[in-house]
Design a protein around this ligand. Structure first.
Ligand SMILES: NC(=O)c1ccc[n+]([C@@H]2O[C@H](COP(=O)([O-])OP(=O)(O)OC[C@H]3O[C@@H](n4cnc5c(N)ncnc54)[C@H](OP(=O)(O)O)[C@@H]3O)[C@@H](O)[C@H]2O)c1
Length: 328
């Protein structure tokens, strides 16, 4: 009988518990937005934690004590610098292990075990292997997608987006720094291991290729292209026809997915994470928990942005939804 150490006991391992907690926190915060304003926590600190950028304008006046913890929103680039470096390192380690048989460093292997991966094979003689046979290729592709996504976002932060003097809270900033480290570790924790080495069934990675890898890749490219397009539309709102930045105000965006929702870049973000779930073969519970977190966190930001647009612009398109076309 094949066993994966801890498969049965680790249904709720530390990584899954973390993503579940984050998803539940953002769901609760989103639901709080639906209750009458008088019943909402008016505490400035709470508002500061859930709002950032332009949506801070819709919050009650912020005391000086709150403003002391402001960090420029243009520091978003730091998240992607960390991600490109960290996830680049994880990708390098995985590639070396997959193609050259190099074991993971001890500390990384230990860290993955602590985080509770269910994929460590018990290497007792005579056991055969169960589990998703394409998991090594899936995890490899998702890590490549994550790295490319971070690289594109970094490029956008430096060369596409026009930032205003908008701010984020220092807690949000710290969360953003840790976030991509956790996402990368979550992907790597899905790789089947045999000791410190990646276990590849059949020893040929390409033999693991399945239709969902192609579908996931196409979805990833399609969602990324739309997200890029939306970020270009937003930056053009602040430029003249010659491409020179002429102001840093917030205007009504039009075109592409903006015709359907107020925050198509958040919708594209969700689609990018869903494309990774597809690449994992649809059945990866840990990754669906990550997707659930992204869904609720982006839905909250989209809801607050939608409220901001509707309160600021009388002529705001009536048919436009916040996050999901025709629905929400
Ligand atoms: N995976 C995650 O957990 C996560 C979390 C957060 C963000 N993200 C992703 O990161 C990307 C950026 O997020 P974001 O919250 O910064 O998006 P955003 O608020 O839409 O801002 C994107 C850029 O457009 C500018 N902008 C926004 N609205 C504008 C308007 N009405 N007129 C002119 N310029 C406008 C912003 O400038 P200013 O804001 O400086 O004014 C910023 O430079 C998104 O694609 C999002 O999905 C992912």
């Amino acid at each position: 009988m094949a066993t994966w150490a801890g498969t049965e006991v680790s249904a709720l391992n530390p990584l899954r518990a973390l993503w579940l907690t984050l998803a539940a926190t953002f769901l609760l915060t989103l639901l709080l937005q639906l209750v009458p304003p008088g019943l909402l926590p008016g505490c400035a600190f709470f508002q500061d934690l859930i709002r950032y950028g332009k949506t801070k304008e819709g919050a009650p006046p912020r005391p000086a004590a709150c403003r002391a913890f402001d960090v420029p929103k243009r520091y978003f680039s730091h998240f992607y610098i960390i991600s490109v470096l960290w996830n680049g390192f994880l990708l390098w380690s995985l590639t070396h292990s997959l193609f050259m048989g190099a074991p993971f460093p001890n500390w990384l292997h230990g860290l993955l075990r602590i985080l509770g991966t269910a994929q460590f094979r018990e290497s007792r003689e005579g056991q055969c292997l169960e589990g998703n046979p394409s998991l090594a290729l899936s995890a490899f592709l998702v890590l490549v997608f994550l790295w490319l996504h971070s690289l594109r976002r970094l490029f956008e932060c430096f060369y596409v987006s026009v930032f205003s003097n908008a701010v984020i809270h220092v807690v949000q900033y710290c969360f953003g720094l840790v976030y991509y480290i956790l996402v990368g570790l979550t992907v790597l924790s899905q790789v089947p291991m045999d000791g410190r080495n990646v276990y590849v069934i059949g020893k040929n990675l390409l033999m693991q290729a399945r239709w969902f890898h192609i579908l996931g890749m196409m979805m990833f490219i399609w969602s990324s292209a739309h997200q890029y397009k939306c970020h270009v539309i937003l930056s053009n709102l602040r430029k003249n026809k010659a491409g020179v930045v002429i102001h840093c105000n917030h205007r009504i965006p039009f075109g592409d997915w903006f015709e359907y929702v107020s925050s198509p870049n958040y919708l594209a973000e969700l689609m990018i994470y869903i494309s990774m779930a597809v690449t994992f073969g649809f059945y990866n519970l840990t990754w669906w928990l990550v997707v659930t977190y992204v869904f609720f966190s982006q839905a909250l930001s989209a809801f607050l942005s939608h409220k901001f647009y509707k309160s600021k612009f009388i002529s705001y398109p009536k048919h436009r939804k916040a996050f999901l076309p025709f629905l929400f």
